[in-house]
Design a protein around this ligand. Structure first.
Ligand code: ADP
Ligand code: MG
Ligand code: ZN
Length: 714
């Protein structure tokens, strides 16, 4: 072992072995067949390279990928270790030269593709030299259970019997579920005692799940904050790769792209540019990455949901192979689940396998909703015996939000499911609790359930979040399959009986729904698509049609008629005539599809925005109001919307100007509103307005809250 350490320092310049390396190398040096399971970047290559240097003779390394062989041989040659590779990429002359050198024992290591063993000639060559060790890199390829099964790997086993000598065998892989490991061991004759497995944890990686953001904005922001770093962005389709690539190169970033739709040469060039740091960022589909040993990848961002945890961990794991701190982000949006399901349906798998894929997809989705440490979640996915732990740097561990008691919500959700017969998915039940007036709900008679509308004060999206959380915490379970349904598990029973409470981390919602309320991301994306179509038709760049700001305003305020559309920034009469109706139709369709109740009162008029900075517009309105002018007239005079004038009045009141409240509402209305606020335990406008069935004006509610805040009753 001392010798091994010397080699480590002399040839590689490293002072210490990493976890697992020492045991594996020691075991090989004792001439025992060995299985080594180390995470990606764990340093598997050294595990066979160092024994190869210490043993007399030539070590044969079986490797599944041509690019991988070349990289490793290049690296070895750079450290003056004689090595070569034999595969389909070399010419006959090169082949003859190399074989002749192999026969002379000139190499310490020879990398070969698995197919090579099918040739009797090659086996004869091996029989003519001294072979102390055969290494199977990426050994999971040998197993049918593995995700990259290669029949040619498996058939090597028969060829090995044709060898006159009995070399030591070492198998190395990063993925080994119990099935795969068992398979490798029995095929290669490795004792259970000679298997070494280090933890799956990648201590230098921090995992993050990001929900509900504009993905492009996120990427832009991230890249701006991490200049000159090498990273990979994975998307789920060629189209998306192309789109993001165009977008980022237009913004001046150093990007390359890679997907199966490109010609072999283009792919090779892109890969080289990235590997050699000529391009900083690789945008790619999952076709990219196998056999890429680039060690200084600082971040891996998944633009879309991967199909399962295995794929995710492998792809994300390409960050930080050099052991430096690196980041893995997953940008979650619900639509991506639909795409993954579609891909499963398209895959022509048999029934059982398909169900298995659905199951894996569900666990991937759970990853996006769990409050458990993300690293811990992944490890427990691979090894259900391992304990929960905290990495202290993933987005779950770093989540500062307070846990709040959601027992009552949970009870409502459980009992609603029970009443619906546990035959439906997440969205429908959220809609029932929200009290949605969707046709399907009426058809099923769910609007008559006692649980209908119980959570109407919440956003549908928040209800969905809570349900997803209850799923990850095993109070509910999602069946596998194309149309998964939610079931209530026994864990929910004590909660229903009121014997146990449920806690969940939640953001505190702001008191007022402010104007800066974020835009609806889904609508924004749909409007972009629409804009792009129009732009393509007219042969102009999309921003000529409408700017992003304009689309964002539309997705915030849902303008569904001419009046409200004209109040959106960037839309004048001319633009409206050209495109207004098309966009209105799109928004209308979206609004009804998502059951969004639209009230146009939130759209600020352009005038208001323009005036705001110059002089206190609200005081002009207040002035007129205090002279006894009705609000409608003030609006007409000032060419402002009624809503705007109402807001002016409220604002003036908040600033201490005197208001004759009794002119705005009567005592009964005030009482009713205050009671409602207590009952629904929220002082957000929209929920109150909804709880009052829209019978009391937004403005009046706002005024009542304002009055009582001033008198400090609320
Ligand atoms: P794997 O095949 O397990 O994914 P590699 O063998 O390609 O990983 O090694 C990943 C990186 O770790 C390489 O850059 C390698 O030089 C480095 N490395 C391996 N062993 C050590 C060690 N003992 N000390 C420091 N760095 C190491
Ligand atoms: Mg490797
Ligand atoms: Zn963590």
């Amino acid at each position: 072992m001392n010798e091994a350490k010397k080699v480590l320092q002399q040839y590689y310049g490293f002072t210490d072995f990493r976890k697992g390396q020492e045991e594996i190398i020691g075991n090989i040096l004792n001439r025992k067949n060995t299985l080594g399971i180390l995470p990606t970047g764990g340093g598997k290559s050294l595990c066979f390279q160092i024994p190869a240097l210490l043993f007399p003779g030539t070590t044969i390394v079986i490797s599944p990928l041509i690019s991988l062989m070349k990289d490793q041989v290049d690296a070895l040659s750079a450290s003056d270790i004689p090595a070569t590779f034999i595969n389909s990429s070399i010419t006959q002359t090169e082949f003859n030269e190399r074989i002749s050198l192999i026969r002379q024992g000139a190499y310490k290591l020879v990398y070969v593709a698995p197919e090579r063993f099918e040739s009797d000639y090659f086996v004869d060559v091996l029989n003519s030299i001294d072979i102390p060790l055969i290494a199977f890199d990426e050994a999971h390829c040998i197993s049918q259970w593995g995700h990259d099964f290669r029949p040619s790997y498996r058939s090597i086993v028969t060829s090995l019997q044709k060898l006159h000598q009995q070399p030591v065998i070492v198998a190395l892989t990063a993925t080994a579920t119990a099935n795969v490991a068992g398979d490798i061991r029995s095929l290669l004759d490795i004792d259970a005692d000679d298997s070494f497995k280090t933890g799956f944890a990648r201590e230098n990686l921090s995992f993050h799940v990001i929900k509900g953001v504009n993905k492009r904005d996120f990427i832009l922001n991230y890249l701006q904050q991490h200049p000159k770093q090498s990273g990979i962005i994975y998307t789920s389709s060629r189209k998306e790769t192309d789109g993001l690539y165009n977008f980022l190169s237009l913004q001046g970033f150093s990007v390359a792209k890679y997907h199966a739709g490109l010609r072999e040469m283009e792919r090779k060039q892109a890969q080289d540019e990235f590997v050699y740091d000529e391009k900083e960022i690789m945008i790619a589909t999952n076709a990219f990455g196998m056999g890429i040993d680039k060690s200084n990848v600082r971040f891996v961002i998944h633009y879309n949901l991967p199909r399962n945890i295995e794929a995710y961990y492998q792809e994300a794991g390409r960050a930080g192979r050099d052991g430096e701190e690196s980041e893995c982000y997953l940008l979650f949006s619900k639509q991506d689940i639909v795409l993954q399901k579609f891909l499963i349906e398209e895959s022509h798998l048999d029934y059982e396998k398909r169900e298995q894929e659905y199951h894996k997809l569900n666990q991937m989705v759970m990853y996006c909703h769990t409050e458990e440490c993300l690293q811990s979640y992944i490890i427990r996915y691979f090894d259900s015996n391992s304990h929960e732990m905290k990495c202290e740097k993933c987005s779950s561990c770093q989540d500062q939000r307070e846990k709040v008691d959601i027992t009552r919500e949970a009870q409502m959700i459980f009992s609603c499911y029970k009443r619906m017969g546990e035959r439906f998915g997440v969205t429908l039940i959220a809609q029932v609790l929200k009290g949605s007036s969707q046709k399907r709900i009426k058809e099923l008679g769910f609007h008559e359930l006692t649980t209908y509308g119980l959570l109407k004060s919440q956003k549908e999206k928040d209800i969905v979040d809570t349900i997803n959380y209850l799923l990850t915490e095993d109070y509910l379970l999602l069946t596998d399959g194309k149309y998964p349904v939610v079931k209530v598990t026994p864990k929910a029973v004590p909660v229903l009986k009121g014997e146990e409470t449920v806690l969940m981390k939640k953001s505190i919602t702001p008191v007022f729904e402010s104007k800066s309320d974020a835009e609806n991301q889904d609508l924004f994306e749909e409007l972009r698509v629409l804009r792009k179509e129009i732009a393509a038709n007219e042969g102009v760049p999309p921003f000529i049609i409408f700017s992003d700001t304009t689309l964002k305003e539309m997705s915030r305020y849902f303008p569904i008629d001419e009046d409200s559309m004209l109040r959106i920034k960037g839309i004048g009469q001319a633009k409206f005539t050209k495109y207004g109706q098309t966009f209105i139709e799109k928004i209308r369709e979206f609004v009804s599809r998502h059951d969004i109740r639209v009230s146009d009162n939130q759209i600020p008029s352009k005038q208001e925005t323009e005036e705001k900075n110059e002089h206190p517009s609200h005081l002009i309105s207040y002035e007129m109001y205090s002279q006894g002018k009705p609000i409608d007239d003030i609006a007409k005079d000032r060419k402002l919307s009624k809503i705007t004038v109402q807001k002016h009045i409220i604002r003036s009141a908040e600033e201490g100007h005197e208001i004759k409240w009794q002119e705005l509402f009567d005592e009964n209305t005030e009482k009713r509103v205050l009671e409602t606020i207590l009952v629904i335990n929220s002082d957000r406008l929209k929920p109150i307005w909804e709880a009052l069935n829209g019978e009391v004006d937004y403005f009046v509610i706002q005024a009542i809250i304002c009055k009582n805040q001033i008198e400090s009753k609320v």
